[in-house]
Design a protein around this ligand. Structure first.
Ligand code: NAP
Length: 455
């Protein structure tokens, strides 16, 4: 240990507090008083033990309290008496206080940020973290809010606590060392969000364009509570420099109720994928709609009077339908849910057909706007096979992960030209960048970042 050139934190944790094995109280005392290796910069000792050590004159004298981190872990939730726990910990001689709680929902980050605020006000050195996927914001933003440090794993599967990012991600993707309270905060709201490449795309764009901004994934189950307590400037419980959000499934339609103004196109489509904080208000846009056809038109030319089929009747299908009608295309929607599809088709003057046993030979363009083919459980699925697609000219899959989907393979077998969802992803992200920063996006940087993240 003496030969290490980086400061080291020692822990000796019993299983019930996050360690790997059961440890008797006496074993833990023995370790900290007599057996701990020399040369560590910090000793992370659990609160229950710190109390005992601090009350014994002998034990108290054995420790250099300037190196002690007094820690409290809760792997189940956020204790209701978190503030009182902090006060009791602050009464010990430990120099640094650490609280790690489990976040079930992003709103569980609020008490953690509030505790950091209080510690800073009171001049206490503090580490506060919400564990779990919903707590990632505390790991990324903590140091800029006064957290003494944040934890990063050395390897992707080497996390020592739930939700822990790698040190490489913290440094290179989120650029944690550069985040300050002035840094603009953007992020992705959805459930799930772990698969998304958007953090790679947007953070790379901010770095390349010299924007002091960070883009964070927010895994949100209850969007209403998230918008009320964390997002809306008039009601939120934390003070942060939030500039905007990307919205993904399943919240694109429901968040509209929480916005102060929604652009007419997004209103017509019935979905918002971009939120911008404007003063005290929230504005909503749909950059899926303005970007979905751009890559097709670049390859295919004008879509006026072309015969187009959309498979699916969700948010992406509505955006594609709105866009195709604006281009003057004749659209048929193919989906499995009659009621939903019929009302969508009617709203935009399109035709409706059942997806079962559909044939696409009469179409110039066939768009997959379902999640079938997405990496994971559905990777091997397709909404149409080559027999159904034969005769169609062009097949476009909005799914971008994987870049090569089964739908695209089936289409190629059927002799169609093909296009995947990656160019649309990059285009809609570039439009979001412009809405949040007012500047043109470094689109080539974003494309490369997306491709690299997908590899
Ligand atoms: P969504 O709102 O959940 O809609 C999904 C649609 O797919 C629904 O109509 C659903 O039908 C249908 N569907 C699901 N499983 C099906 C199945 N087994 N057979 C037939 N239809 C099925 O999702 P979304 O937001 O529209 O997104 C759809 C896809 O587009 C996703 O894969 C998303 O990643 C992709 N997307 C890509 C981009 C991009 O930038 N490239 C942007 C937006 C979306 P029911 O209504 O009957 O459930």
């Amino acid at each position: 240990m003496d030969s290490l050139d980086h400061p080291v934190i020692i822990t000796f944790r019993p299983a019930e507090q996050g360690g790997k094995r059961a440890l008797a109280h006496e074993t833990r005392l023995q370790f900290w008083l007599f057996d701990k290796p020399n040369g560590a910069a910090f000793c992370d000792i659990e609160f229950d033990l710190v109390t005992g050590l601090a009350s014994s004159t002998f034990a108290k004298g054995c420790l250099d309290w300037q190196t002690v981190i007094c820690s409290h872990h809760d792997f189940v939730g956020v204790p209701v008496d978190l503030e009182q726990i902090y006060e009791r910990m602050a009464g010990t001689p430990a120099r640094i206080l650490k609280v790690a709680v489990h976040a079930d929902d992003v709103t569980d980050c609020i008490p953690v940020f509030k505790l950091l605020e209080r510690a800073r006000r009171e001049g206490r050195e503090m580490i506060a973290i919400a564990m779990g996927a919903a707590g990632i914001a505390t790991r990324i933003l903590g140091p800029s809010r006064g957290s003494f440090l944040t934890y990063g794993a050395l390897e992707t599967d080497g996390a020592t606590a739930p939700g822990q990012l790698t040190a490489k991600e913290l440094r290179e993707l989120y650029r944690v060392d550069r985040i300050t309270e002035q840094t603009l905060i953007m992020g992705l709201v959805g459930l799930p969000v772990g698969h998304s490449v958007s953090p790679h795309v947007h953070n790379a764009a901010f770095a390349a364009a010299g924007v002091n901004g960070v883009y964070i994934p927010f895994e949100v189950r209850d969007a209403k509570s998230f918008f009320g307590r964390i997002v809306h400037p008039q009601t939120r419980e934390i003070d942060w420099n939030l500039r905007g959000l990307s919205i993904t499934a399943p919240h694109k339609a429901t968040v509209m109720d929480d916005l102060d103004w929604v652009e007419p196109a997004a209103q017509e489509i019935g979905a918002v994928n971009t939120v911008v904080v404007v003063g005290d208000a929230l504005h909503g846009y749909n950059t899926d709609a303005t970007s979905v056809l751009k890559p097709v038109i670049e390859r295919f030319g004008s879509l006026r009077d072309s015969r187009c089929a959309i498979i699916g009747a969700g948010g992406a299908a509505s955006a594609a339908l709105w866009s195709l009608r604006r281009e003057g295309a004749c659209v048929t929607v193919f989906a499995r849910n009659f009621q939903k599809t019929n009302s969508l088709a009617e709203k935009f003057g399109a035709r409706y057909e059942n997806l079962e046993a559909a044939r696409f030979d009469a179409f110039d363009l066939v768009i997959n706007a379902t999640p079938l083919g997405t990496c994971g459980q559905r990777e091997n699925e397709t909404p149409a096979i080559s027999d159904q697609l034969r005769g169609a000219r062009f097949a476009y899959d909005l799914v971008y992960n994987p870049t090569e989907t089964r739908f695209l393979r089936e289409a190629r077998d059927a002799g169609c030209e093909t296009l995947g969802g990656l160019p649309m992803l990059v285009q809609q992200a570039a439009e979001q960048f412009k809405l949040w920063t007012g500047a043109d996006a470094p689109i080539e940087v974003m494309r490369v970042a997306a491709e690299r993240a997908l590899q």
